[in-house]
Write a protein that binds this ligand. Sequence first.
Ligand code: CP3
Length: 342
Amino acid sequence: MLKNDLFLRALKGEALDRPPVWMMRQAGRYLPEYIALRNKYDFFTRVQTPELAAEITVQPIDIVGTDAAILFSDILVVPQAMGLEVQLVESKGPWLPDPIHTDADFNRIRVPDVNETLGYVMDAIKLTNQMLDNRVPLIGFAGAPFTIMCYMVQGKGSKTFDEAKAFCFQHPVLAHRLLQMITDTTILYLKEQVKAGVHSVQIFDSWAGLLSPADYETFALQYSRQIVNAVKDLTPTILFAKGAWFALDEMAATGAHGLGIDWCLKPDVARAMAGNNVTLQGNFDPARLLSPIPEIERLTKAMIDGFGTTRYIANLGHGITPNVPVDHAKAFVNAVKNYRKD
Ligand code: CP3
């Protein structure tokens, strides 16, 4: 039995006095304890070694006291498992030397056996749950097919993902074939994560906001919807499509238990669009964690006043950045924990 199940109760829609809180990218470079391991082991060694992944996952629980843990891993392990080489280049980010551009490139990728290729993730989940000892729930995750496709085609990070979008619009048959392969892999992967012991899953569609509403449905949501459909009866499922606020109503209609919101949307507008049967999660601007602590406390309270304490999970609107002082991250978490409506 979990000692703190606030996060899961928020996803069920139970009435709560204060929302649960966690932060996207909470296991990361703002923590000196993470940097210490980063200096010793390269990124994919940290991801692929269950002892290291578990230790990094538990760090923010011990240090900042969030109400949920999120497994330390990366969305790009999926293209790796499908057969593409993925590197993480220091200060440059993800690098895929041989991206997918043509029909012939599909010979290099497949829908893999996920236990064979990603078994280390399942081992990390089991070990993390042992280390957590039921203190808080563990969130598993995967990238949404559109965001994964962006990296598989563009081969690197980008502000516009212009080559990936051009691939969708110039070679739609190939794009849909790739998106479906990613979708099939992700469904197998998330089902195995649930079997290994995660208490919930989040689907990250970080680049969804680059698409128009019509293209978001065609190239992104129809695939995320398949994933939500396949896992929502197995585990509470959160869909975070950054920038795609225009589709909150369609996202709510997928039956996802939770929807992530970035900081560009007002709480009452988000609620009106999403309806009352889904839990909203977000939406503190990560850059606001650089404000003085009293300001962080004031803004956090205002955010909760806006969303309410029921069917709401306090979080950032995107990942925490490396330049945030640990004290400021703690101030955010404690402001949620100390919330009183007045
Ligand atoms: O949230 C967590 O604490 C769990 C771990 C997690 C990581 N990446 C660890 C990581 C999660 C959930 C992710 C998801 C992820 N990875 C996304 C979706 C969420 C988002 O932020 O939009 C994306 C787009 C990626 C791809 C990726 N991985 C990028 C663009 C980068 C480089 C940028 C950066 O922050 O340096 C990574 C590397 C990465 N993944 C790091 C971490 C902690 C930094 C690596 C390092 O320590 O140098």
